[in-house]
Design a protein around this ligand. Sequence first.
Ligand code: HEC
Length: 251
Amino acid sequence: MIRRHFVHFSQLTITARMLYTGVLCVLGAGYLAAMVFVFISHAGRDGKPALSEQDIVIAYAGSNSGTKLESALMGPMSKMLQPDENLQIVEWVRKGADKAEFDGKIGPLMTKRCAVCHNNNNPHLPSLESYPEVMKVAEKDTGANIHTLVRVSHIHLFGLTFIFFLIGAIFKHAYFRREWLQAAIIVTPFLCIVADIASWYLTKLNTEFAWVIIGSGALMGASFSVMFFVSIWQMWFSRKVPPQPAAESNV
Ligand code: HEC
């Protein structure tokens, strides 16, 4: 028996169905564009082309492999100085790149070994002549900063709520024999939005939360697809009309 106040797609006017279809199609295109955007802005951060859990960790929590300075000293710059000098610089960075120690020891060492090439006359190389300049390559990559995260969070919280409210308001006209299932599909994306955004911050504390970001994103996409396809199908293609209320059929 059908629920009270339930209006199935088949009972809507063509105009209402056209409106819903327009909204669904444009939202669907927007969702696809968002997926492409996520891919191009995160894939390859870890040096491998595909989008992986590691890319997400680097985006939100930063890279553990250290600073630009360390990777240069272990790689192409390792021949520019003695191994023990190299070790001094690396240890200095790892201990937190202290200013006093820079002035006493590391600065003069860099002036001797590095400033021939890394000076302000060469626009293509970072200058290593002063503490602030060295710090630009000695800063730890800590991922997206809090200011950026807060900005993106509020846009996502408002934007996604709006999108899932619209699609849910359309999808509620679909007929499901199990009403709880339909309700679960409508509620899932809202839970995912909260879990996703909270995990952006939590990934900074524990990188395992990158999996929550991936999982909630996938679940949100799955709910979107189900609501999209079921709505379009029941609106235009399905001939099955849901059972009518007993009260009405008795009149
Ligand atoms: C003979 C010239 C020369 C000397 C001396 C030299 N470098 Fe370099 N350095 C380069 C060049 C050229 C590059 C860019 C090409 C590359 O990365 O291989 C570079 C790149 C770097 C980078 C990476 C910059 C970036 O933006 O990714 C760092 C960091 C660096 N050097 C640090 C040092 C340090 C520290 C020293 C001193 C111990 C030093 N270099 C000595 C020529 C030099």
